[in-house]
Design a protein around this ligand. Sequence first.
Ligand SMILES: Cc1ncc(COP(=O)(O)O)c(C=O)c1O
Length: 405
Amino acid sequence: MDDPTARRTSSMRASEIREILKLTQRPDIISFAGGLPNPEAFPHNELRVITNDLLKTRYSEVLQYGTTEGLVCLREEIIKRMQRHRLDITLDNIVIVAGAQQGLTALSLVILNPGDKVAVSYPTFTGALSVFSLVEADTVPIPIDDNGMNMDILEKKLEEHLQNKNPIKLVYTVPTFQNPTGVTMSQPRRIKLVELARKYDFYIVEDNPYGELRYSGEPLELIISYDKPGETKGYTIYLGTFSKTISPGFRVGWIIGPQNLIQRIIVAKQSLDLCTNVFSQAIIAEFLKKKLMDPHKEQIRTMYKQKRDIMLETMKKHLPAGVNWTQPDGGLFIWVTLPKNINSKNLLEKAIDEKVAFVPGQTFSTDGNIKNTFRLNFSNASDDNIVKGIKRLAKVITTELEKSD
Ligand SMILES: Cc1ncc(COP(=O)(O)O)c(C=O)c1O
């Protein structure tokens, strides 16, 4: 046997972010690389009380296997929260998953055949690119600007692939405070996307881990709110997660979509893990039931807003001319664009020598281009380290720019 592994592994890519994260775990490095929440944002005191209580009063249930669709009490609490977005859904429209990443894997296994076309923003979340590679789908990159995915280019690509008899089957988007750019899709584009889905008959995956982390500007309607899953065929599949609001370690997220599709996703999930961690689900359900989420969210929004502002202010003060960056209204990331001749992967090596780290932009594309960009995370570092780290970064970039003059 020359190569004992399955053919599909040839297109799999090790996540570059994970590799870089290994390096940046060195305690002397200030890392803006991962997408990690700040440990101070974990509601550990409330969780301790809930956990003790559950183990005392409901251990026989919460330590047991659960159903694949997830605990009813958690699904009910999520439905209540989603009703704030005018979503008229029932328990049959929702399945609990082990994080949005598993949700995306399960729904891709259900929808996509090898060779199917999937439109993704350019750049896009690496975890999504890994999933589409796993199911051997072909990604069609659609550029984004300050208002999110470019709908004119998307429409052109939809038409083009329809003519080629391999129509785009799914559009994957992180419309609010996108990973990696922090950009938010405007309201007219959200409406347009749903119109296009109806016209060209494709699924929209609205991946929304950051929507609740807004620090400025007015909230926008979810894409799925324009779709109304009850009234139409239901083109939008919504991915939610508690990773950024409560804890990524719990591994609890959810999928909302048309009932027939949810049924199939449940069957696919049975082959992935039988059921999502029941104990985590029960803890989160109690957290929501006790109405702890809204005050907790306010606390972390205050913390992250301050971190965002400190990072943006320090960047403005110290980064040299010729460097541009996004001004996100929420989420965890800022996207930096360097002059064209600077390669951010090479820059990272120098940055690590100066004990600061980021993620090079090419990680977020399938073609490895956009070499002059990188992503900064502002949630994980302490306020002092944000200032220190950005100053170190400014020094590295300034030296590079001087060399390239
Ligand atoms: C856009 C996006 N989707 C999904 C995920 C994965 O989330 P989860 O922890 O719920 O699997 C992330 C995590 O960084 C993300 O940025």
